[in-house]
Design a protein around this ligand. Structure first.
Ligand SMILES: *[C@@H]1O[C@H](CO)[C@@H](O)[C@H](O)[C@H]1NC(C)=O
Ligand SMILES: *[C@@H]1O[C@H](CO)[C@@H](O)[C@H](O)[C@H]1NC(C)=O
Ligand SMILES: *[C@@H]1O[C@H](CO)[C@@H](O)[C@H](O)[C@H]1NC(C)=O
Ligand SMILES: *[C@@H]1O[C@H](CO)[C@@H](O)[C@H](O)[C@H]1NC(C)=O
Length: 596
């Protein structure tokens, strides 16, 4: 972000308005940029989906910067989107699921976020704000007006239970009643609404923020009955068979006939991998593989309508003469796996396929055709957008604005001051999708991933040669992968695990123990962090810049990340120690630096 660009401008009336509603501008502003956010649903980066989007390449990647180490922190729609629009990790929003009692739109409202999230701040800062398509799960034809989502100048939401229907969407515009689009292709309906909002925004004048949130390439989900007062006890039979591959537009159904899921090392491996329920999965048979390959193709085909939408948005901005003053951000809510680690199509895991996601930004001052290797996460996007709008960050953000210009990327890379870690967390179930994902067996539902509650860290620091994933499950299983040597995350290095090769080499084993102790102390800090502690956990671990291995040894000796039981939501009492119980003063005497 190039702050000087804004600070040169003369004082505008905007700052007075903002002051009354407590959204501080960063400096005097005049010609503020527009921001268009294109948000897909469940789009992987690891499985190559971006490679099949030529218009995305033409208009966004070639004209902007690809942030190649961007992560979601909770790999499922609603919690991830709440993090995206609040700048806070799920353990601070406590929206951790897609349905009540732990998540969904009612929980978002209940936790007070509807009065305190990005569009509200942007409006207070003088922006007109628009949103089209899916906002959150469990935003339904029944509860869409109780209350209406706050902060939007214009909105046109997809509503449950029709959100994921590619040919029978129901939308709800501003304060109007819901409308059915039976027989229309949902992505095209959304595209038309997005173009309409761009016209509206231009007609209104002033800077605007628009989110175009397609449900592509999420699975198609037929309408099903769920008791919102007691969703966990709803008749699960009603959801068997409702989750099927995405439906491409008629004009794209013939594409990529030969394409298959990349046969990476972790594709349906001969040996089980992962932890908990994943480790117990049987190998996929050839009928399932054939089905999954077709599922994968359907995702790529469905994304073609998004590719066209990108071109439509760029052309329209250009026609209005505002393309040069508009930032376009492209991302998704979470990634996706399909056959890796023997998993049926789905998300909710901590594997790279699920958490590593696309982020591309083009706009004034952002280098064209560049790749940034800075580590960033979804909690950074609200801070980034406020910064683009020339507005100050909220004091309770867990994330921080991502450096966007090539000079700021370079200086952040050189100083190493931006974090190298991403806090990953999940509560609840793994929900396999597609016809083989889960089924009825003797009247009972089988195939759900139970005990899918875990805390994890993803750490990437090229300068120091770290590229690790460390996880602690609610079953107290541990995972440690070195993604440089093992990109497929098949060899768990955690001491005592089957594939830990360190067991035999004593010197390495000692090193590994030290590494695990540090990772555990870091995770203990990030799993319950708030604000600056999330951004700079080392400042907690090393308040005076100290570094001493015995510190970690002692911490690990007394306090480590663990669970008392597996629960479906964020119940603190089940989640072991909340922070380091450690006398920092005592350690202040030791020298060193606050680094891994
Ligand atoms: C499409 O959705 C409407 C409700 O908006 C519903 O009444 C109708 O049955 C649905 N049609 C199909 C084919 O599912
Ligand atoms: C990870 O693997 C790379 C490549 O084999 C190796 O150089 C590095 O030391 C490993 N890191 C750890 C922490 O084991
Ligand atoms: C789930 O975790 C609990 C501990 O909270 C354990 O007792 C139970 O056996 C686990 N279930 C499965 C299916 O792994
Ligand atoms: C999160 O929400 C659940 C459901 O309302 C509640 O039981 C739990 O105590 C909350 N957790 C925290 C840490 O506030």
């Amino acid at each position: 972000m190039n702050f000087s660009r804004y600070s040169l401008f003369a004082l505008a009336t905007f700052s007075a308005v903002a002051a009354t509603i407590n959204q501080e501008p960063l400096g005097p502003l005049k010609e503020r940029p527009n921001i268009v956010f294109i948000l897909t649903d469940d789009q992987d980066v690891e499985l190559g989906s971006l490679d099949y989007m030529p218009l995305l390449h033409k208009h966004l990647i070639n004209e902007g910067t690809l942030f190649s180490r961007h992560y979601c922190t909770t790999a499922i729609c609603c919690p991830s989107r709440v993090t995206l629009w609040t700048g806070k990790n799920a353990h601070n929003t406590n929206v951790t699921d897609i349905f009540p009692p732990y998540g969904g739109y009612p929980k978002f409202v209940h936790e007070g976020h509807n009065e305190n999230y990005l569009p509200v701040w942007l409006q207070a800062g003088g922006y007109n704000t628009f949103y089209t398509s899916k906002l959150f799960n469990t935003h339904t034809t029944d509860n869409y007006n109780s209350p209406y989502p706050a902060g939007w100048t214009g909105s046109d939401f997809l509503l449950d239970p029709f959100t994921y229907q590619y040919l029978n969407a129901t939308t709800q515009r501003n304060r109007e009643p819901p409308v059915s689009w039976e027989g229309h292709y949902t992505t095209d309906v959304i595209a038309e609404k997005a173009y309409g909002f761009i016209d509206d925004a231009v007609a209104l004048g002033g800077p605007f923020f628009l989110t175009v949130a397609t449900v592509t390439p999420h699975s198609n989900v037929a309408a099903f009955e769920i008791d919102l007062d007691d969703p966990l006890n709803s008749p699960l039979e009603s959801i068997v068979g409702v989750v099927t591959p995405p439906i491409p537009a008629e004009r794209h159904k013939h594409l990529f006939p030969e394409v298959k899921i990349p046969r990476t090392e972790n594709f349906n491996p001969d040996k089980p991998s992962g932890a908990s329920w994943i480790k117990a999965l049987p190998q996929l048979n050839s009928a399932i593989i054939t089905y999954n390959d077709a599922f994968y193709r359907a995702r790529l085909q469905a994304l073609q309508a998004v590719d066209e939408l990108i071109e439509g948005v760029v052309s329209l901005l250009s026609e209005h003469g505002i393309l040069d003053n508009t930032y376009i951000i492209y991302s998704t809510d979470n990634g996706y796996h399909i056959s890796q680690h023997r998993l049926h199509p789905g998300k909710e895991c901590g594997f790279e396929e699920d958490i590593h996601i696309p982020l591309i930004i083009r706009g004034p001052g952002i280098a064209a055709g560049q790749t940034s290797y800075l580590v960033s996460a979804h909690a950074d996007l609200s801070p980034t957008i406020l910064s683009l709008a020339g507005l100050a960050p909220r004091p309770d953000f867990d994330g921080s604005a991502i450096p966007l210009t090539s000079s700021s990327v370079l200086s952040a890379e050189e100083s190493g001051e931006r974090g190298e870690h991403v806090n990953i967390e999940f509560w609840g179930l793994g929900l396999p999708e597609g016809k083989y994902g889960f089924s009825l067996d003797d009247g009972k539902i089988v195939g759900f991933g139970v005990n899918n509650t875990y805390k994890a860290l993803r750490i990437i620091n090229s300068a120091k040669g770290y590229n690790l994933y460390y996880a602690v499950w609610c079953t107290n299983e541990h995972e440690l992968y070195n993604l440089t040597a093992d990109p497929g995350q098949l060899r768990n290095l955690y001491p005592g695990s089957e594939s830990s090769s360190f067991k035999v080499v004593e010197r390495h084993e000692a090193e590994l123990y030290r590494l695990v102790q540090r990772l555990d102390a870091l995770l203990l800090t990030t799993k319950s962090c708030k604000g600056v502690t999330c951004r700079k956990p080392w400042s907690v671990l090393h308040p005076k810049g100290d570094r001493y291995d015995a510190f970690y040894a002692d911490v690990a000796g007394t306090t480590s990340v663990r669970f008392d039981k597996c629960l479906l939501g964020y119940i603190k009492e089940a989640e072991g120690p909340q922070s380091l119980e450690f006398d920092f003063e005592e350690w202040a005497a030791f020298g060193g630096r606050g680094e891994l």
